[in-house]
Ligand binder design. Structure first.
Ligand SMILES: [Zn+2]
Length: 610
């Protein structure tokens, strides 16, 4: 029963997730004959080789071989597992996820949806106020002074909250939306005389999640006062540690450039985007959280942190970096010129310096080394020895020996100590470390350790190289063209005759589907998930070059190849096996004879050497 519900759920999700619409959220598609084309989001390219078929509900890239149905697409582009992708699509299509949603879960879902709608209403309201209200003059001037007017305002839907207590509150009331919901959304506060606006006389930065929904707001004060920044509180749809500002606008660029840049503030993000660096996002606060890092990992495993010199020097930053490193992401730290942040640098027109800083970023070891050495005044032998002791644990984290040697030499120069002495210290530290880890191993052996293994990567499915077993690929293309061709294949070959395991599995599925399927070829979802990318590739190839495949020729050449392979195998056994004796030897010789006979009879034109 549960299984059937699940199947129904997956079908509903598929029906309500039209592939060209889902893909369009990531790729600009243009009509080209029966399909839609665009630039592949999975590999860098300048001419479109990425196709999406509305009719067949599949995508395929002729450049990199990525392909599959709507689930494959979401798995790959958002780096999700199948259940995660299904859930993601369900949410997108407003389909309740739980098999049988409990009344409580239903209430929570509806509340979340209502808050998203309310947030959208508020974002539109603040935006309109900024654009049209007389009272927004000051805010307009303020934004203009920071080069955040015009395009920035539109692209990031900046807004302004009036200085009054009931601007948004009044609107919500007029719309008949309960103010208690607005309170839950963090938009209004309850006072002694009723509800009033949380954000007053502030420039508003809507915070948008990767799916394009407004989850919360940041409000910046324009003059002096406290707090300078006011964020939405934690609500059913928002928590500060979970989101990165600008990610919705940045995710495509992050994927394309293979790198994300993390800055501190809203205005840093916007300036960077306006200056062509759309891969920039902001942590809402100085310390990165594990959730933010996990979110970023869906898009890239290379991160550059570009904080101003002050922040970069803080211990909170260093701790945040530890977090990133532990997640398997490669981190670099770009330290900006003293007294500058990306916003000020870019507004002064120093794009080149910003880019240089990004390109020159220190790796984590260099950064921490600088941090450590800056903190203490290292001149006395005692100070030097303390510094070395603090740095050895950092060295132990450097896995690459060449890099480590380089660091040791660098350290020797910086501390003005003998290189040999440092090596000696390093080796003693290592020996002590090894002893400790052996002791730990002994403890761990008696314990079941649960490790947080990463989800299987959806971005590297096992797609056979099109040049691998080309005849078998051709055969499958033929099988998909007409059902009667599949019947001829079934007569001539067995599934085992195919050498490539993926092709073999697909042929197996086709053999199985054949008697029951009326509409040929079978739809993508009739195949197991892992076979869909390559299956989509075959169908897309047929669409692109629809000449009929000579399946009889393919069958014959595949059979011939198998016989020759078998002959070689038996020959090799005979050659290697002085221990093969008596009956076994006879068996093999007979088999060899038989194979040679078949080869000559079935393939009289064969003239190759074996
Ligand atoms: Zn591609």
């Amino acid at each position: 029963m549960v299984e059937r519900n699940r199947e129904q759920l997956i079908n509903t999700i598929r029906e309500r997730s039209e592939i060209t619409q889902v893909v369009s959220e990531y790729v600009t598609l243009k009509k080209a004959g029966k399909t839609l084309n665009g630039l592949c989001p999975f590999h860098g390219e300048k001419t479109p080789s990425f196709t999406v078929s509305r009719e067949k509900q599949l995508f395929y890239c002729f450049g990199c071989g990525a392909g599959g149905d709507v689930f494959n697409f979401v798995m790959r582009i958002e780096n999700l597992t199948f259940p995660q992708a299904a859930r993601w699509l369900a949410e997108r299509a407003h389909i309740p996820w739980e098999d049988e949603e409990s009344p409580d879960a239903e209430r929570r879902r509806k509340e979340r949806e209502a808050i998203f709608r309310l947030n959208k209403l508020a974002a539109d309201y603040y935006h309109q106020v900024l654009l049209n209200s007389q009272q927004a003059r000051g805010a307009q001037e303020y934004l203009k002074g920071r080069a955040l007017d015009g395009e920035a305002t539109t692209r990031f839907q900046l807004g302004y909250a009036l200085p009054s207590w009931d601007g948004l509150t009044g609107l919500i009331q007029k719309k008949g939306i309960p103010l208690s919901l607005a309170e839950k959304a963090g938009l209004v506060l309850a006072g002694q005389n009723g509800f009033y606006d949380r954000f007053r006389d502030r420039v508003i930065f809507p915070i948008i999640d990767p799916q394009g929904r407004v989850v919360g707001f940041g409000g910046r004060m324009m003059g002096e006062g406290h707090p300078k920044y006011l964020n939405s509180p934690d609500t059913p749809v928002f928590s500060k540690g979970r989101y990165l500002y600008g990610l919705y606008h940045a995710k495509d660029a992050i994927r394309h450039r293979g790198q994300a840049v993390i800055v501190e503030g809203y205005t840093d993000v916007i300036q960077a985007h306006l200056h062509g660096h759309q891969e920039v996002v902001a942590s809402l606060g100085t310390a990165l959280t594990l959730e933010q890092v996990k979110t970023l990992r869906r898009y890239t495993d290379h991160v550059v942190i570009a904080y101003d010199a002050d922040t970069a020097g803080q211990s909170a930053t260093v701790r945040g970096l530890e977090l990133v490193r532990g997640s398997g992401i490669v981190v670099k730290v770009a330290v900006l010129p003293e007294g500058d942040d990306p916003d000020s640098l870019l507004r002064r027109g120093e794009l080149q310096r910003f880019q240089d800083a990004l390109a020159k970023g220190d790796d984590l070891f260099q950064f921490k080394l600088n941090h450590l050495l800056k903190k203490q005044d290292i001149t006395s032998p005692e100070e030097k020895s303390k510094a070395v002791a603090a740095i050895l644990p950092l060295l132990a984290e450097v896995a690459d020996q060449v890099a480590r040697d380089e660091y040791i030499r660098m350290l020797a120069r910086r501390l003005q100590v003998n290189e040999e002495t440092l090596y000696y210290e390093w080796r003693s530290y290592q020996a002590a470390l090894r002893k400790k880890s052996q002791a730990l191993d002994n403890v761990n052996q008696n314990r079941n350790t649960i490790t947080d293994s990463p989800a299987p990567s959806a971005s590297s499915p096992q797609v056979p190289d099109p040049n691998d077993a080309p005849m078998e690929r051709e055969l499958l293309r033929g099988a998909l063209q007409e059902i009667k061709k599949l019947k001829r294949i079934k007569e001539a070959l067995s599934q085992q005759d195919l050498e490539n395991s993926v092709y073999r599995s697909i042929l197996g599925c086709l053999f199985e589907a054949h008697p029951s399927v009326t509409d040929w070829p079978p739809k993508l979802d009739e195949l197991p998930m892992e076979l869909r990318p390559i299956y989509a590739a075959l169908i897309a190839e047929n669409e692109a070059k629809n000449y009929p495949v000579d399946v009889d020729g393919c069958c014959s050449r595949i059979r011939q190849a198998r016989i020759i392979q078998e002959i070689r195998r038996v020959q090799a056994e005979l050659a290697a096996g002085s221990e093969i004796a008596g009956a076994d030897l006879n068996d093999r010789l007979n088999r060899l004879n038989e194979l040679n006979k078949i080869l000559r009879k079935d393939f009289p034109t064969f003239s190759g050497t074996i």
